[in-house]
Design a protein. Structure first.
Length: 160
């Protein structure tokens, strides 16, 4: 059985982003691009309606590109269960109040039994200082907490 992976919007943005001279961003783009072909062969990969919504903002050419690359992946709905879990993540301060979308990404993945959330949002989602609060809140609501990692971390783990 393939692991179930949820692509948070930063993954889509890095995959489709312009080349850059910023070495850190360029490295993250390269890791994302290296992983991308495996998302259909080695994993059951999902996005959400929220990813589609966030991917629809900005330069029309990049919007078209982002929507095109996520087309193969089924979109998970934003259910009342996910909304309730997102509220709990915000109330527990697992995700800061000004970022309800970040809480919703985690909640959508958790209520749908996703194994791994891929994210390059190191402030609020893929943040080891917050992960304990995220896990505790998700599990207190009766869900299994997905692991959260970057493409680089996932590729490192797959090499073992």
């Amino acid at each position: 059985m393939k692991p179930k992976v949820y692509l948070e919007t930063t993954i889509v943005s890095y995959y489709t982003g312009r080349p850059t001279r910023d070495l850190l961003i360029a490295a993250r783009q390269e890791e994302t691009r290296a992983l991308w072909p495996r998302l259909t062969s080695d994993f059951d990969t999902y996005i959400s309606a929220l990813v589609l919504e966030e991917s629809s903002v900005g330069n029309p050419d990049f919007v078209k590109k982002r929507k095109s690359v996520v087309q193969p992946f089924p979109a998970l709905e934003t259910t009342d269960e996910a909304k309730a879990l997102a509220v709990q993540l915000l109330q527990a301060k697992a995700i800061p109040d000004p970022y309800p979308e970040d809480a919703l990404h985690i909640a959508i993945a958790a209520v749908n039994g996703i194994d791994i959330i891929l994210s390059l949002n190191f402030k609020h989602i893929n943040n080891p200082l917050q992960f304990g609060k995220i896990r505790k809140t998700v599990e207190s609501m009766g869900y299994q907490c997905p692991e959260i990692c970057s493409p680089e971390q996932l590729l490192e783990n797959e090499d073992d």
